[in-house]
Design a protein around this ligand. Structure first.
Ligand SMILES: [Zn+2]
Length: 308
């Protein structure tokens, strides 16, 4: 057994995940869902994660724990680098080391490892979701931001500083300032926050699901204008990553991917941006696992460490 944790700004989910057996994908055996401690301070969050791990590990043989982190992490896969929605004290914190010593002080010999949450999402789709057996695939998560995880040649793409695969920050169009410090990035147009901001300006509901529901109705011209910018930015991202990486499969995840029919709508808009050979190879699917993908991926990195 392994433990995977998905650390979000509002919710912290921990799951006990079975080991991959011959021909059988890992499955979630048990899960705990907690509110992320108010203020999101490092010691409170580390305590909450340690408690959840101890709870799940009781009476079980657990080989390790992995945490899906909402931010950039260091190349060593132990330190957080920058967590945009968490306090500054997380910057450069040895998260894996803090967890290891907290677990140790409870008498648990479980080692922890961390990975970016979108990367965990991709690893989870590879172990238990839409990409089982696929060596080249990309996951794009559409939510508050646009997350991305890339598996190329069967390996997670991490880059020289651990920061590869930030497709949400591809420069697509315009010069809107992105929260990351750059400008003109896909996330400013395609993510929930940017979409909500345009909806607000147009006097429309800010909730993406509600906005999407207006598309099919008559007189929804303003909603269509807002959503078209979102779809176009995602289409540009997908065309660009396909040209760069030639994936077998692109998986769309995150809350916004649940909007009925969004997959075909984005696909249709991506085709004109693709060069001719790529128009025929584009395979776009909606994540079958949803946010559980990050739990599977987080548990998967725990196994990798145990094997070292
Ligand atoms: Zn950005």
């Amino acid at each position: 057994m392994k433990i995977g944790i998905d650390l979000g700004g509002h919710t912290l989910i921990a799951a006990l995940v079975s080991d991959a057996a011959r021909g059988a994908a890992p499955v979630i055996v048990r899960r705990i869902s907690l509110d992320t401690p108010r203020g999101r301070g490092a010691s409170d969050v580390i305590d909450a994660m340690t408690g959840a791990i101890a709870n799940l590990a009781e009476g079980q043989e657990v080989s390790g724990a992995g945490v899906a982190m909402p931010g950039m992490i260091d190349a060593d896969r132990r330190h957080a680098r920058r967590m945009p929605n968490f306090p500054k004290e997380w910057d450069d914190l040895d998260v894996a080391g803090c967890l290891d010593s907290a677990l140790n002080s409870r008498g648990l010999g479980i080692r922890a490892r961390i990975e970016n949450d979108a990367n965990c999402y991709a690893l989870g789709e590879g172990s238990s979701g839409a990409a089982i057996g696929i060596r080249d695939f990309i996951v794009l998560t559409m939510g508050t931001g646009i997350g991305c995880g890339i598996v190329s040649g069967g390996r997670l793409l991490v880059g020289s500083h651990g920061m590869a695969g930030e497709a949400g920050h591809l420069v697509v169009r315009g010069d809107v300032q992105c929260r990351c410090g750059g400008m003109g990035h896909a996330e400013t147009l395609a993510a929930a926050d940017g979409t909500s901001a345009r909806a607000r300006t147009a006097g429309l509901p800010e909730d993406f699901g509600e906005l999407w529901g207006m598309m099919g109705r008559g007189g929804a011209g303003a909603a269509i204008d807002v959503i078209e910018v979102t779809l176009d930015a995602m289409a540009r991202v997908i065309a660009s990553v396909c040209h760069l990486l030639d994936p077998e499969l692109v998986i769309l995840g995150g809350g916004m991917s649940k909007a009925h029919g969004i997959g075909p709508a984005i696909r249709e808009r991506a085709i004109p941006y693709l060069s001719r050979p790529f128009k025929n190879t584009l395979r776009l699917e909606i994540s079958p696992l949803g946010n559980d993908a990050a739990l599977y991926g987080a548990a998967g990195i725990a196994l990798a460490r145990g094997a070292q």
